[in-house]
Design a protein around this ligand. Structure first.
Ligand code: ADP
Ligand code: MG
Ligand code: MG
Length: 252
């Protein structure tokens, strides 16, 4: 599914990712934890092709497709979804129109027919119910006046409708309340399938208690320095990240 090898990337001429390796197989859920400033959000931005991030070395492929060679929209069409990609407010464009446009684009890229407005509305209403958003949220401007928790539900709604191959959720700084945390967890759990994978970036052990990832990685100073199973999240919760500094970095 996703294969990242020796990835070096920088922003504003500052090296952030310094030889990152990560392999994700179909159906797996990987959590990424790590100290502030380690490069966790940068990884998401580099994979999705955000402007201003440059890759100096290494590779990232999704089902064999060289992601780094694609434009940002093409990456989304190749099946990549970054949950914090659309936190912006777009007044004047309804959530429904916005969602339909993104779903149409992805379906087109997959060679599928675009849905009729009626069928899409039905699908969007059902998905809204799942994330506990009242149907009138579909009519409102994209994220306009949404609370933090509502934005989060809306992101998960997008994920449910887009059905991506690889979802990257960056929850580090979003100050989620328990309800929103459960929406995220349920969104991930309900979308888990043998052909879909997840990267969940989080500081919250509690989110991982709900999600139970297959693997937990620690990203520190631009590299994955430790990988383990779900129990690693508990170890980190009780011991913090400092003890990792005394260990030799995991090398390929
Ligand atoms: P994390 O998500 O792990 O907390 P980030 O990926 O957000 O870390 O940031 C990694 C490092 O990159 C930090 O030192 C941060 O200050 C720096 N950084 C991120 N974006 C920029 C930018 N636009 N300009 C300069 N430095 C940046
Ligand atoms: Mg941060
Ligand atoms: Mg971050």
């Amino acid at each position: 599914m996703l294969s990242i090898k020796n990835l070096h990337a920088s922003v504003e001429e500052k090296n952030i990712l310094k030889g990152l390796d990560l392999e994700i197989k179909p159906g797996e859920v990987h959590a990424i934890m790590g100290p502030n400033g380690a490069g966790k959000s940068t990884l998401g931005y580099v994979l999705t092709g955000r402007e201003g991030y440059s890759v100096e070395q290494g590779s990232a492929t999704l089902d064999g497709v060289d992601l780094l060679a694609l434009e940002a929209e093409e990456r989304a069409r190749a099946g990549l979804f970054l949950a914090f990609q659309y936190p912006v407010e777009i007044p004047g464009v309804s959530n429904l129109e916005f969602l339909k446009a993104s779903v149409d684009a992805v379906r087109e890229a997959r060679g599928e027919e675009s849905l009729s407005s009626k069928d899409f509305l039905k699908m969007a209403r059902e998905a809204s119910k799942k994330v506990n958003l009242p149907a009138d949220f579909l009519k409102r401007g994209v994220n306009e006046g949404f609370s933090g928790g509502e934005k989060k539900r809306n992101e998960i709604l997008q994920m449910l409708l887009l059905k991506p191959k690889l979802c990257i959720l960056d929850e580090s700084d979003s100050g989620l309340d328990i309800d929103a945390l459960q929406v995220v967890a349920e969104g991930v759990n309900s979308q888990r399938s043998p052909d879909r994978s997840f990267i969940v970036v989080t500081h919250y052990q509690r989110l991982l208690d709900y999600i139970k990832p297959d693997f937990v990685h620690v990203l520190s100073d631009g590299k994955i320095v430790k990988s383990g199973d779900y129990s690693l999240a508990h170890e980190l919760e009780s011991q913090g990240y400092a003890w990792l500094k005394d260990q030799p970095a995991a090398d390929e």
